[in-house]
Write a protein that binds this ligand. Sequence first.
Ligand SMILES: Nc1ncnc2c1ncn2[C@@H]1O[C@H](COP(=O)(O)OP(=O)(O)OP(=O)(O)O)[C@@H](O)[C@H]1O
Ligand SMILES: [Mg+2]
Length: 231
Amino acid sequence: MDYISTGIRRFDEEIGGGIPRGSIIILSGTPGTYKSSMAFSILYEAARKKGNVGIYLLFEQSMKSLVFQQEEMGRVMDDGIKKQLIVSDVGRIRAAMDRLEKGNDWLEAVKSYVEYIVKERRADLLVIDSLPVLEILSAKRSRRDFLFQLFEWLRALGTTTILISEKRSLDFNYEEEDFLADGLIQMTLTPVGEVDLQRRIRCVKLRGMAHNTSMFALEHKEGAFRIAPAI
Ligand SMILES: Nc1ncnc2c1ncn2[C@@H]1O[C@H](COP(=O)(O)OP(=O)(O)OP(=O)(O)O)[C@@H](O)[C@H]1O
Ligand SMILES: [Mg+2]
C-alpha cells in the first residue's frame, strides 16, 4: 500500500506506515492542539519530499495568519513550495466563486474550485479546515445531508483528505463523521499535575491498519513534530 506520512517522527510506524493514500481522515481536537499545523505539515512535507500537490482550504482563519505561524514553526513557503501547496482562504474561494458563477452555494463552489485544481494541477492531497465551518457556510438543510453529500463527493474525487473537526473535550461522544471517515486522529491538551498541560495525540481508528491506539505526547521542536511516551 502507498502511504502519506503524518510528518510526525515515529508516529507513522505506530499507525502501521502512515495514512493510506486516498483515505479520508478526521483530525479532531480541542482548541490550540496543532490541528491546523499538523495538517499543514502533512501537505508541506509531501510537497517538499515527494512533490505532491496539496490544497489547504481555510474557512476560519486568514491565509496570512496560518502561513505566518507555519513559517515561524520552520515551514517556509518559498516559491517552489507555493506552486505545490495551494492555500486558499474564504477571500480567495469567494473570488473563485464569482469566476465560476456559483452564486451563494458555498458547498458547490468549493467543490468546483477543488475539482478544478485537482484536474489542472494534479493535486492529490486536500485539507478542509474546518468541517464545522464548511457546514455552516453550506447551509444544508440537515447535517446528514451535508455529510452524506460531502463524503460521496470526496470518495469520487479520490484525494487523500484531512477534515479538521473541533471538539470541546476528548470524551467518547463520537460524531457522525467519525463513523463515515476511514481514520480518526485526535489531539488534546491534558492537565499534568496542577500547573502543566501536555499536548497529546492518538489514532482511534484507521481502516485496514493494525495501528496503535495509545495516547502519545506530541512535541514540536526545530521545525518538526515528534511523539514520546505520554506521562
Ligand atoms: N512558533 C511556534 N512554535 C511552536 N508552537 C507555536 C508557535 N506559535 C504558536 N504555537 C502554538 O500553536 C498553537 C496553535 O496551533 P494551531 O493553530 O495549529 O492549533 P489548532 O488546533 O489548529 O488551533 P484552533 O483550535 O485555533 O484551530 C498555539 O496555541 C500555540 O500554542
Ligand atoms: Mg486551527
